[in-house]
Structures are given as structure tokens and as C-alpha cells.
Design a protein around this ligand. Sequence first.
Ligand code: 13P
Length: 250
Amino acid sequence: MRKKIVAGNWKMNKNLAETEALLSDLKSKLGNISGTQIIVAPTFVNLQKANEELTQVNIDVAAQNMHQSENGAFTGEISADMLNNIGVDTVILGHSERRAYFGETDALLAQKVDTALTHNMTIIFCFGEELQDRKSENHFAVVENQLKNGLFHIDTNAWKNIVLAYEPVWAIGTGETASPEQAQEMHAFIRSAIAKAYDQTIADEVSILYGGSVKPNNAEEIFAKQDVDGGLIGGAALDAESFTAIANAL
Ligand code: 13P
């Protein structure tokens, strides 16, 4: 059975003091939640702190990115081993901001995926079309290509380490969310693409999160859709009350 997941991508927000305050709030509000996996992804410099703070509760920690190489002369980068070594075994890869601002291509992401899998990490793999793709009705083809080129090379048995996050770029940080029907339509399409490339069981088992302006007032109707297994939350994850309301809407 696929997991229900609500993950908070904090992006480049929250210093150490703010991180501690938010974690403390989240611990008391969501620490005992059952039936839904809660994940938070603070900045790299606070990952270790977050993992220490959350050891006793049901909230997991993810990194927002990771380098594809094992180690070496890559100034400013973070390796899978460094993450594993501080107890972080989940990583977000392919976020549209990484693709748009840091030039991450499908080919690069395929390498990052392989490295993360070598370290037995769980990958929250993000993808989604831009506004012009949707306007030109190319959104299904764009999404299928992102999956084919970045992810569909993995072995069948690696799918247990994969969580998908469909994040239409036009809905990220814009306040404009995909309608529940648009989200459902795309999530069903993603499952059909996986069934075509692999098999129906894998397609049925993988959790597919929706991301893009999920807020307390729209989460429930999006999460109610059959193929939406949760959300990847940006702005609303920075506030304990909003994030808790979203988590409780699943
Ligand atoms: P917003 O929820 O702020 O639109 O961000 C979504 C996102 O990019 C999560 O990764």
C-alpha cells in the first residue's frame, strides 16, 4: 500500500534559532501523528540539528539537494555520504528551482538519482511543466520526458526508494494552485506512464505528492483525489500552524 506523505521544503529559509523554534512547534503539533509520514527539509546547515531534535518523534528529515559525486574537489557541495553520516537518508532531487536557477538537467538528475540509490537513500523526485507547456498542451509530454530521462533508468527494485512530487512550475510560490482535477489528471497520467515503462504494481505502489501553493484552505480538496498521496509544501511549511493544518487535511 502506498504511503501518505506531507513534506515541507523550507528552501533557503530559517536560520538556526528559527529552525529550532519551528521544530519545537512541529514536534508538539505533529510529533504523534499516525497514518501520515511527515518530512521536513531544512537548509543543509541545520540538518544535523533537525535530526537530533526529531529523534523521539514521528517526523523525518530530508536534504533539499545533493551532489552526484562521492567526494572530491566540488567546492560548496554536499555528498550522499555526508548526509548519511548525520543520519539523513532522504533527499529531494530535481526541484524546479534547482532546474531553473542552477542548471540541473534531466541527465544530471539521473546521475544524482543513481548516487542516492547507491547509498540506499529515499528520493523525493520533483518534476513538472512550465506555464508555456501547459498553454501549448504539452504538459503530459514534458512530464513524461522528465520522468523518462531522469528516473526511468532505475531498476524495478529501486522504486521502493522513490517518492514522486509533481510540481507544476506555474503553481510554485504563485498562489495559483492546480485545480484538484488538474492534479488528479496528471497523477493518473504519471501512474500510467510508470505502468507502461515498468508495471502496474509499481505504478500503484509509488506515492505521488502534489506541490504548488498548497495551503490549509485548498489541501483537503487536492488530497481527496484518488491518485494524490500527499503534498510537498513550500511557503506554508514555514509556519507550524499552516503545515499542521495541511498535514491534518490528508
Ligand atoms: P509553494 O508551496 O510555496 O508554492 O512551494 C511549493 C514547492 O516548491 C515545494 O517544493
